[in-house]
Each structure stands twice: as structure tokens, then as C-alpha cells.
Design a protein around this ligand. Structure first.
Ligand code: ZN
Length: 670
């Protein structure tokens, strides 16, 4: 729920906070379908102590060993598909050229991007550009010892999975009125209907527990012999071979932790992986969020529930990072003033937090991405997700600046601004302030937005049901937008003047109403939570504020966002924030449903077509992914003397290496 993805792709200037990044660094690694793969730099790694480097190395290993888990979570055939495609790619005795082969390679690269056969963002199954005949031939030409099943069995199993658009069509189906579990291809539930799952977890929940357990977070729910049961992801349970490796490297990391608090945090995580006990997971989260002293930090576990249409099961993910001490000044100032922002939020005072607890925020440099953070990654994270921990202990919020930096650098010269912004004025504004306001909006979203507000007593935290993520992201975005236009930020010295915020306002409205449609196929609706949230905000403001605030203008057959009145726009953001906070605080599902279904789902076909056409003429891809750096330990005898960082690994090389080195799970589990 608490993840922010990169939305603008168009920041053209680099922020003053970036240090020692090399200008001649080659960001571009690969490009195919709707993806561009970038390298990211890890500035400052060389300056860390040897112990910190070793800690990062150990945590990185733990981050990479969870890779197979995510494939299996996304769909139970994913590992078999990946193994088979990789075997063909490496060992098939066929002519490795021509249209079918090229399309096959693109398909394999897309499987790596998405950790499976469904688009990482849109979640629908992608269509192979090669023929079933080619696939059968290639498979027949691959040595049997490289395959998981006899060739004929493999073919029977995989042909429908890869080629039949009706089979496993959607990883996460959000369509209202359908059984969201039976129509979703993820592997979180097996033979379980939505009603059965919802009842199973509703029965488990204790409405009087002030510290409710996140039941169901770390297990698959299956129906066997007519009985529902959970298969828990832990040592000795489901995914044990992968989790044992993660635990091994976490235990090594524990020995080189920066301080006793961090060692205790890692030990608690290990305890949770061994027991699968979600109470222990909560204890771990509290220790983790309270560790604000360590420079090196990580996320490792079953964290986010975007992949489950009913928001109970969490996908495995990891990042390893260290604090960017200079840039963290900005987020520190914000979090020190968290109570001021909460007290001035334009929401019903009953929904404000009386006391904002421990919002810690920092700017980080990510050193390794794993699981659901790889190869596509968020640019901001705020954890933990449990509402009661956030209420009683606060949360930890990060902005990942070396990733946004890579995005910005890769976008230079694309012509995107010129194509979509109304005039030179907006372009100049964005070039001048876009980067700083973009980063600042991420800070505000993560550090204050998600942490703000409270539910009225007795309101079910899951009352928003399938609209939960959209409403939560909209709330955090609006909180950030509203305060971005507040002179408080200029007073605090983190915005240069009271013009700068307009850059983000313009870009946000343009993206929400227009340019984000580039990411959706013609004919489809908006489904992903962050995209719904941005559409909701922009379209609601256009309707509610009317043309005196903002409007869509046509020129030469092209549609543009035009803002008349930035101050009034800010008021609109405040009003929508008040309404969305009210929905959440009161648990008003009907109102949330009306908002989302009215403003955030449907797309005007003509407009959609126009955006896609304009976008296709630019030299850009809709999505970006990343190649991780390679950490190489240097030994003198038995003694570790340094860890070197290497950026030269290619996209294909990296995935093939990961599939060998970090293979943990069998291709076909039950
Ligand atoms: Zn968020």
C-alpha cells in the first residue's frame, strides 16, 4: 500500500542533492517492447566502511535469494516457463536468428521484467510474438537434461499457458462484480472463491484487538478435500528452500550489523522466517522502524499486497540501501515538522492525528533490488503497512534518489515536455523546478501523507475493500500536493520560492488526466491503484473545479492540460483530500466506490488514441527497469579486505546468472 512509483519520467535537471554521480556513466542497458532497462549508480558506496560494505553484501545476497518466490507467487507456472525459456535460449540446437527467434528473446526478456508471464504493471498476460510451431521446434531441439519435464509433457503443459489468451489471462483482476480470486492467475489462492477467502479471514479477525494481526499475509490459502487451509511461507513450510538461504545470509549480516539494535532487528526477522508467526513479524517491524541510527538499511520480506485483488497476501521483496546523509536534511526538516502539517491538514479535525508518532524520513541510495522491487522499482517506500503499528509507533519513509536520478538522466532529450506541455512557460517552469518538486512530493507523500489521519473508533481498516489502495494513494498524493503549495515549505527553506510548486501541479494534472494513458492499451480501463489515484485526482479537479481552475484545451488537434488558477487548484486538492480522508476515517465504502468508478476507471477512447499516437512518435518507452550492480568481495587469504562494485553486467547476463546462482525452488510446486 505504501509504495510510490515513478510517474513523471520527465525531470530534466538534476537535483542539488546528488553527489559524486559520474556524468559519463552509461545508464542504458537494454530496450524491448514497452521497456527500457537502465543501470543505476550507487554513489557513496566506496566511502562506506569495510564493515558496512560487508553488511550490504550479505543483505544483497539475502535480497537475491528470494527471486524464485516472487515468480511462483505471481503465477504457479512462472518458474516452469522461465526455466524452459532459458533452456531454449541457451541450449536449443536451432538457428538463433529470424523473426520468431527475435520475438522469442523479447518474450523471455519480458518474463524477466515481470517475474512471470503477466505484465508487471497492467497484470494481463502478454502475447508472444512467435508461433506455437516455433516453440514446439525449439523445445524439441533442447537437450532433455536441461528441461524439467519430458518434452511432450512440457509442450502440453506450456502451450496453453503461453499461447492461449483465455488461460491465466490476468494476474490481478479488479473488475467489479466478478469473483476476483477465481478470475486472477496469481498463486495466492488455490481453488478458493472470493467469498470463501473473505469469510475465512473475517472469521479469524478479532475486532476488539487493538493490535490486529495481519492474518493471511504470509501464506497461500488452498482448498483441499473441501477444507480451507493455509500453507505458510517459512522455514519448513512453503518456499522453505528459498527462505533458508535468505535466513543464512541474514544471519551473516547480523554478525556485521552496525550496532546492537540493528543486530536485534535482523535476529527478529530471522525468528519470524523460522516460525512464520505474524505476531513476531509485527515485533520485527517495530524494531525495524525504530532503528533510525544505522546508515545501512534494508527491506526484506512479504511486504506489499498489490498482487492480491483482495489485499491480504503479500509478495516477497527486498531492497538494500544506505542513507544519503547530505540529502536527508530535506526529509529531516519535513519530519521534524510533521505535527504542524497534521494540524494544518485541510480535513475534519476529528480525522487528524492528535499526535503524529515518529515519522522518520530519509533519502537513500539503493544498492540492491530484489523480488518485487526488481527489475522495476518504487522511488519511495513507507513501511510498515500495519495500521496499528503506524498509529502507535510511526513509520519509516524513504525517497530513493539514485533511482530517480537514473530516470531523469535517461529521459534527457526525449522531447516529451515539448510534446505534451501547453507552452514554453510550463516547460521552463518544469525544467527549473520539476526535479526538486518531484522529489519533494515523494517525500511529502511517503513521510507525511501515508502517516497522516486516523480512523474513527470501530471503523474497519479494510472497509474500502478493493478501493483501499487507490484511496490510500490518493490520500497521500493529495496531502503532498496540498502542502507543496504552502508557503511553509519556503519558510522551512526546502523550496526556493512560492512559484516552484506550480511545476509539480502542472505535471501532476497533465499526467493524471492525459499522459499516464500512454501506459494502457487502447480499449482497456485503468486498473492499477496508483494510476487510478492520479486519474481520480486530475479528473475530479477538472469536473469539480471547472474551467476557471483547470481545463483540457485543444490546439492543432492535440489535447493539453491548461491551468488557469494555481491557488484555486490547491484549494481543490484540499477539498478532495478532505472527502477522501472522510471516506477512510468513516469507512464509507459507497462514497469511495462512487469516486473511483466515476473518475478513475474509464477512459475516453478518442483521447486515449491521441495520447498513444503522440507518445509513439517520441523516442521513449512507457516503463523502465533496472540492472543491479554486481558486488565482488575481495579477499586476502580468508580475510575480506574490500567489496568492489561493478556496473558492467548486461540485462540478459544478469538474469541468466541469477537463475543459476539463486535458483532455489522446483519448477513446478503443487
Ligand atoms: Zn504511496
Amino acid at each position: 500500500m505504501k509504495k510510490l512509483f515513478y510517474l513523471s519520467m520527465i525531470a530534466l535537471i538534476s537535483c542539488a542533492c546528488q553527489h559524486n554521480t559520474k556524468d559519463d556513466f552509461n545508464y542504458k542497458a537494454d530496450r524491448f517492447a514497452d521497456m527500457e532497462i537502465l543501470h543505476y549508480q550507487v554513489p557513496g558506496f566506496e566511502d562506506l566502511s569495510l564493515r558496512q560494505k560487508e553488511l550490504i553484501y550479505d543483505l544483497s545476497q539475502a535480497a537475491l535469494y528470494g527471486r524464485d518466490i516472487l515468480y511462483d507467487q505471481n503465477c504457479r507456472y512462472n518458474l516452469l516457463v522461465r526455466h524452459t525459456l532459458e533452456a531454449i535460449y541457451q541450449y536449443a540446437d536451432i538457428e538463433k536468428s529470424g523473426d520468431d527467434w527475435d520475438a522469442f528473446v523479447v518474450y523471455l526478456k519480458r518474463v524477466w521484467v515481470s517475474n512471470g508471464i503477466h505484465h508487471h504493471y497492467a497484470t494481463d498476460k502478454f502475447t508472444p510474438g512467435f508461433s506455437a510451431e516455433f516453440f514446439a521446434q525449439a523445445l524439441a531441439a533442447t537437450p532433455q537434461q536441461q528441461l524439467d519435464l519430458p518434452t511432450d509433457e512440457l509442450l502440453v503443459c506450456l502451450e496453453p499457458i503461453i499461447f492461449n489468451p483465455e488461460v491465466a489471462a490476468k494476474r490481478v483482476n479488479q473488475k467489479e462484480g466478478e469473483d476476483l480470486l477465481l478470475t486472477s492467475a496469481n498463486n495466492y489462492y488455490l481453488n478458493v472463491s472470493q467469498k470463501e477467502a473473505e469469510k475465512f479471514y473475517a472469521d479469524m479477525a478479532d475486532p476488539n484487538d487493538p493490535q490486529p494481526i495481519s492474518y493471511g499475509l504470509n501464506s497461500r490459502l488452498v482448498k483441499k478435500d473441501g477444507r480451507l487451509q493455509e500453507e505458510v511461507w517459512k522455514v519448513g513450510g512453503m518456499y522453505s528452500p528459498a527462505i533458508e538461504k535468505i535466513v543464512y545470509w541474514l544471519e551473516r549480516a547480523q554478525t556485521v550489523a552496525e550496532n546492537p539494535a540493528q543486530a536485534a532487528t535482523i535476529a527478529k526477522l530471522v525468528e519470524y522466517y523460522r516460525s512464520g508467526d505474524l505476531r513476531t513479524f509485527d515485533q520485527y517491524n517495530i524494531l525495524w522502524l525504530q532503528d533510525t541510527q544505522s546508515q545501512v538499511d534494508f527491506v526484506n520480506g512479504f511486504i506489499e499486497n498489490y498482487g492480491d485483488p483482495i489485499g491480504i497476501k503479500s509478495s516477497w521483496e527486498s531492497t538494500v540501501n544506505f542513507k544519503n546523509l547530505a540529502a536527508s536534511h530535506r526529509t529531516q526538516v519535513i519530519s521534524e515538522n510533521a505535527q504542524w502539517f497534521e494540524d494544518h491538514a485541510p480535513i475534519d479535525p476529528r480525522f487528524r492525528k492528535k499526535e503524529v508518532k515518529g515519522v522518520s524520513a530519509k533519502v537513500i541510495t539503493v544498492a540492491m533490488l530484489g523480488g518485487d522491487c526488481y527489475p522495476t522499482t518504487p522511488i519511495g517506500i513507507n513501511l510498515p503497512n500495519a495500521d496499528w503499528i503506524r498509529r502507535d509507533y510511526g513509520s519509516k519513509s524513504v525517497t530513493i534518489e539514485n533511482i530517480t536520478d537514473a530516470y531523469s538522466k535517461a529521459a534527457i532529450g526525449s522531447g516529451y515536455n515539448e510534446e505534451f506541455m501547453w507552452s514554453k512557460k510550463e516547460i521552463a517552469l518544469y525544467n527549473k523546478y520539476g526535479s526538486i518538486t518531484d522529489n519533494l512530493h515523494t517525500d511529502l507523500h511517503e513521510c507525511l501523507g501515508h502517516a497522516s489521519g486516523q480512523l474513527l473508533p470501530g471503523v474497519d481498516p479494510n472497509a474500502m475493500k478493493s478501493y483501499q489502495s487507490t484511496m490510500e494513494e490518493a490520500r497521500a498524493d493529495l496531502f503532498g500536493l496540498y502542502f507543496l503549495g504552502d508557503k511553509k515549505l519556503v519558510e522551512l527553506g526546502i523550496l526556493p520560492n512560492d512559484e516552484a510548486y506550480k511545476a509539480e501541479y502542472y505535471e501532476y494534472m497533465m499526467n493524471g488526466a492525459l499522459t499516464q494513458l500512454r501506459r494502457i492499451e487502447l480499449g482497456n480501463q485503468i486498473e492499477e491503484a496508483h494510476m487510478r489515484n492520479r486519474a481520480l485526482v486530475a479528473n475530479w479537479v477538472l469536473t469539480y473545479g471547472g474551467p476557471k481552475v483547470a481545463e483540457l484545451r485543444k490546439r492543432d488537434g492535440k489535447t493539453y492540460m491548461y491551468i488557469h488558477d494555481y491557488k484555486a487548484l490547491r484549494e481543490c486538492f484540499g477539498q478532495l483530500l478532505a472527502e477522501i480522508q472522510r471516506c477512510k476515517s468513516e469507512g464509507d465504502y459507497q462514497a469511495a466506490q462512487l469516486l473511483v468508478e466515476t473518475y478513475a476507471v474509464n477512459i475516453d477512447q478518442e483521447l486515449h488514441k491521441e495520447i498513444l499516437e503522440r507518445y509513439s512518435k517520441l523516442d521513449m518507452t512507457a516503463y523502465k527497469g533496472f540492472v543491479n550492480p554486481v558486488f565482488k568481495p575481495v579477499y586476502e587469504g580468508q580475510k575480506l579486505v574490500d567489496v568492489k562494485i561493478d556496473y558492467n553486467e548486461g540485462y540478459i547476463e544478469q538474469h541468466l546468472r541469477y537463475s543459476k546462482q539463486y535458483a532455489t525452488l522446483p519448477a513446478l510446486q503443487e
